[in-house]
Design a protein around this ligand. Structure first.
Ligand code: GUN
Length: 287
């Protein structure tokens, strides 16, 4: 079997077109959607991610506010900034780029974010509501994965799904979203026993490791006809790759996402979708 490609570019463009339409409608009702980004420290990768998010937002007509703070910025100052943004009616979405420097308590910062502006879906309110299917805003990568599955009409009901990642941004929320669609979900991590056996049994494999030395998904590790969603990003010889050995896995899977050109583009598109959702929520609450 040769896998069909799940094209993140096509689906992300589709999402962006819908977002642009929603932005135009909001503007017509005098709401200018606005995303505030907060970057603490000078990690070059984080700075690049934030720059891309701002560029994407501007392309669909979303305004951005750029908060770049020194690595020495204090916890209390960051809490104060988040409160200011929470209370600013012109700001609809707040993205605090993670990871934060080690002297900052990430959980406390997430806890002070308004759930109504929480475009990462990380606050206790949204994370909790995700578990009963009613989150206002959902984490971008997991909802991007669901969007891809929906676009290609891949029905996960009854599938054995294995997720190799247990983070708050990816593995845990994705487990709830897949469970909501009646998949049987196993969340794996570095201490998981018999990962190979679990992977070989899986109808759907989602990996988000991003370190090819620690984990590379090869054809012998999967079941014939499995659906492969590769969320990993790693560099091999200067080239961007995913967790999967794409060329070999493609020969055995039924569907596969490429890297680049897969889930990463969806994460970016879903942030825009969440920002317009947040602006719509604000409009409803004020009207
Ligand atoms: N760092 C890596 N991915 C993300 C993300 O999706 N959101 C935030 N806020 N930080 C990240």
């Amino acid at each position: 079997m040769v896998a069909r490609i799940i094209d993140g570019k096509v689906v992300a463009e589709d999402v962006k077109a819908r977002v642009k339409k929603a932005v135009d409608e909001l503007k017509a009702s005098r709401v200018q959607p606005c995303l505030a980004t907060v970057l603490v420290g000078d990690d070059p990768a984080s700075a690049t991610y934030v720059g891309s998010k701002q560029k994407d937002a501007n392309e669909v007509g979303i305004l951005t506010r750029d908060h770049r703070l020194a690595a020495t910025f204090k916890q209390s100052e960051l809490v104060e900034l988040v409160h200011l943004l929470n209370n600013d009616p012109a700001v609809h979405g707040i993205l605090v780029q993670l990871p934060l420097p080690s002297h900052i308590d990430e959980i406390e910062i997430i806890n002070v974010l308004s759930p109504l502006k929480d475009v990462d879906g990380l606050t206790p309110y949204n994370a909790g509501m995700l578990q009963n299917g009613t989150a206002l805003l959902k984490p971008c990568t997991p909802s991007g994965v669901i969007e891809l599955l929906d676009y290609y009409k891949i029905d996960v009901s009854g599938m054995d799904a294995v997720i190799v990642n247990r983070s708050n941004l990816v593995g845990k929320p994705l487990a709830f979203l897949l469970l909501e669609r009646n998949a049987t979900v196993t969340v794996c991590h570095s201490k998981t026993k018999d990962l190979d056996k679990k992977l070989r049994n899986a109808d759907l494999v989602v990996t988000a490791v991003g370190n090819r030395q620690r984990f590379t998904l090869t054809a012998d590790m999967i079941k014939e006809g499995a659906v492969i969603i590769d969320v990993g990003t790693a560099r091999v010889g200067g080239k961007l790759t995913g967790d999967a050995d794409f060329d070999s896995v493609k020969q055995k899977a039924s569907w596969i996402t490429p890297v680049p050109g897969g889930v990463g583009l969806m994460t970016r598109a879903m942030l825009l979708k969440n920002t317009v959702s947040a602006a719509s929520i604000a409009r409803e609450m004020s009207g």
